[in-house]
Structures are given as structure tokens and as C-alpha cells.
Design a protein around this ligand. Structure first.
Ligand code: BGC
Length: 387
């Protein structure tokens, strides 16, 4: 079993029922230091039923955030905490209002996945003044000292997995990720897409992927035929599928009307991949004479998995939101009981003001070969949902 799975399972096992309650009590008893950037101390020793945790998620338009929100809420409610869970439909003023209200209502801790990582400074200042600890969830909140902790995946690694799966799908790497020794007469054509420029994760994904892809551009195996290579040019505001589809439409018209073929597309999100595949379909791809290029993705969303099983999208990156919810819940409990949350990275996530102590999880490449073992057998999705 890979190390990441062992780690996630052991955290999961700890974070269930009585075992967690016992560990929470143990933490409370040893009365460790309070959280960085939030006191937590005035909550230690209180019954969970006296405490409320505010959870601010960015949107319900993407499946993963619904699961994240529900998973964190379930974990904490099972332990007796009160939970105020809000989704902001990708609208920044909605999210700032929701967090303002939570602070006014006196929540004891905030778990926030920001829409725009730079847009919450006012809220973080108020949280700091009120002594409310803040856990930045999956996406880093930037430019404020009152971010107590961060939990996410190893986002650079998620990017290298995207890049690696693109190269495996194109046959540039073999199934084990080793160089397959391709040296085409003319380079294979790829196009690259980035995520939302206001999301701290998006450059991590893009840089991770490009670090894997770039050597093959340098050696002439691949070319980004449009010449659109830098993050700001290829970024997709709010990860919007329609924006990705229309950029792919434009690329096909501007760059591939000479009869050349798109052989690969780096896409950082399943719903964007579906938009990109739609544009390609409209241009005649998806037939035996003109198969789809290798298209990557992220999040193992139902529609993405279906597309993979239908032989359209090639890959996705599975980030187990159950494990992330566990990690966030465990952090919250440690802080509220006066303990110190477990972290495994104290270097990578500099939010512009401080390096935020982080707990990072591992992700996994999914293709049609491991949908069953990694997603269905683990109960992340059901067979009925994806088949
Ligand atoms: C998350 C991804 C998600 C994207 C769009 C990123 O911050 O890490 O998992 O696909 O946002 O919602």
C-alpha cells in the first residue's frame, strides 16, 4: 500500500467516533499551547455543544466542494460541535458577508476555502481581533497573518501528476513514468490550460505540470503550437468550463486550421476538460479517423470519471476530500481543545506575510485502469454513479 494511503487511513481511523473523542480529551488534558494566530485557549475544556465552527466553502457548482463541506460538517457534528456551513456560489461579496456574519455570531473557529485568496483580509483582521482561529482549507488565504493553519494536498505534486499523466497518455512516458524514447519528426502538439489566477493553488498545479512537460518541449518531442505558454495567458478565471471551451475553440481556429492536430491538452479540472472536449468534438475530433487528444483533469468528479470510462478524457487527479475533511476536523479539534495540530510542512506555503504551518495530503493519478480500485472500491463514488 502506498505511503499516502497508509497515512490517510491512519488519520481516518484516528478520526472516527470514540477514538477521536479520546484523542481530543487527551489533547485537552495535556493543555498544549494555543493556535498560531488565534487563541483557542478560551475554548479548551468547554463541551463541544457550547462551541460553533463556521465553514465557508466557495461554491456548490463544483461537486468536490459540496462533498468537502458535508464531510467536515458530519465529522464535527458527530463529535457534538455546532456547525454553520455556507457556500458562496463563487461570488466574493457573498463569501465575505457569510464570514462577517459568522464572526458577528461569535463562532469559535473558522474553516475557510477562499474564492479569491487575496480578498479576505478584512474578515481575517476581524477574526484576529476576536481571537477566532482560522484554518485555510485547500486554498491558501493570502496576505494576512491571522491564518492559523493550512490543510490541503501537495499541490505542486498534484501538478506533476497532471503533467505525468499527459505524457503517459501521449506515449511520451511509459506506464511506469519512464521515458519511452519517442523522437517524432515533428513535435506532438499540445495546448496548456491553467486554473483561476486568484487561486493560490493554480500556479502550483501549473508549475508542477510544466516542470514535467518542459524538458520534452526543449528536446523537440512536444510543442505548444499556439505559443501560449505563460500562466497568466492560459489561466481560466474561476475555473470556468465555458471559458475553457471558448479558449479551446479559439485555439483550434487560430492555430490548427492548417490541418495539424492537437495531440494533448493539459487541463487542471474535470469540468474544464469537458468544455475542452466539447470544443474538440465541434471541430471533428472524437472519431476513429480523428481521435481525441490526451486530455487530463482534476478532482475525480462524476462527469469526469464517466468521460474517462467512455474513452474521452484520459485522466484525472483524485484528491480524497474525505481525508482532507478529516485533516481539517482534526486540526479544528486540536485547536479548540488547546492542543497543537499535527503539521507536516512548515516551508512551502508562504502567504505573503508568513509561512503557514500546513498538513498536506497525497493525491493519485486516475485513468480507466484504476477507476474501480481507487474510486469505486474505496467508496468515493458508487458504480451506479459512474457507469
Ligand atoms: C482545488 C481544486 C479544484 C479547483 C476548482 C482548487 O483550489 O484545489 O481541487 O478543482 O480549486 O474548484
Amino acid at each position: 500500500m502506498p505511503e499516502s494511503h497508509t497515512l490517510q487511513m491512519s488519520r481516518r481511523q484516528i478520526f472516527t467516533g470514540g477514538a477521536l473523542a479520546a484523542s481530543a480529551l487527551a489533547l485537552a488534558a495535556c493543555g498544549g499551547p494555543g493556535a498560531t494566530g488565534g487563541s483557542g485557549s478560551d475554548t479548551a475544556g468547554k463541551d463541544p455543544s457550547e462551541l460553533t465552527i463556521g465553514i465557508a466553502m466557495p461554491t456548490k457548482s463544483s461537486e468536490r466542494w459540496i462533498k468537502d463541506g458535508q464531510n467536515i460538517r458530519t465529522q464535527l457534528e458527530e463529535l457534538g460541535y455546532n456547525v454553520n456551513l455556507q457556500f458562496a456560489e463563487d461570488d466574493i461579496p457573498t463569501q465575505t458577508n457569510q464570514i462577517d456574519n459568522m464572526i458577528t455570531q461569535g463562532v469559535n473557529l473558522l474553516i475557510i476555502a477562499p474564492i479569491d485568496g487575496t480578498a479576505l483580509s478584512g474578515q481575517l483582521d476581524s477574526a484576529g481581533e476576536a481571537g477566532i482561529p482560522v484554518i485555510s482549507y485547500d486554498r491558501l488565504i493570502r496576505d494576512n497573518e491571522n491564518v492559523s493553519y493550512y490543510t490541503s494536498f501537495d499541490n505542486y505534486d498534484v501538478g506533476t501528476q497532471m503533467g505525468t499523466s499527459l505524457l503517459i497518455g501521449m506515449g511520451v512516458l511509459d506506464a511506469d513514468g519512464n521515458d519511452a524514447g519517442k523522437s517524432p519528426a515533428t513535435p506532438y502538439n499540445i495546448e496548456v490550460f491553467g486554473g483561476s489566477p486568484d487561486d493560490n493553488n493554480a500556479p502550483f498545479f501549473f508549475n508542477g505540470a510544466m516542470d514535467v512537460i518542459q524538458p520534452y518541449i526543449d528536446s523537440g518531442v512536444l510543442a505548444i503550437k499556439s505559443g501560449q505558454t505563460d500562466f497568466n495567458t492560459v489561466a481560466t478565471m474561476r475555473w470556468d468550463a465555458a471559458t475553457a471551451q471558448s479558449r479551446m475553440d479559439n485555439l483550434i481556429t487560430s492555430t490548427y486550421s492548417d490541418g495539424s492536430r492537437v495531440d494533448g491538452v493539459l487541463s487542471p479540472l474535470d469540468s474544464m476538460s469537458i468544455g475542452i472536449l466539447g470544443a474538440l468534438k465541434g471541430a471533428g475530433y472524437g472519431t476513429s479517423a480523428q481521435p481525441y487528444p490526451t486530455v487530463t483533469g482534476q478532482d475525480a468528479e462524476i462527469a469526469g470519471i464517466k468521460s474517462i470510462l467512455a474513452g474521452e478524457q484520459y485522466s484525472t487527479i483524485f484528491k480524497d476530500t474525505r481525508a482532507l475533511a478529516d485533516a481539517a476536523g482534526q486540526m479544528a479539534v486540536a485547536i479548540l481543545t488547546g492542543g497543537e495540530p499535527e503539521v507536516n510542512d512548515t516551508e512551502t506555503y508562504d502567504n505573503g506575510v508568513k509561512v503557514v504551518p500546513s498538513y498536506l495530503l497525497k493525491s493519485e493519478i486516475i485513468t480507466k485502469d484504476n477507476v474501480q480500485t481507487s474510486l469505486i472500491d474505496t467508496g468515493y463514488v458508487t458504480e451506479d454513479e459512474v457507469k
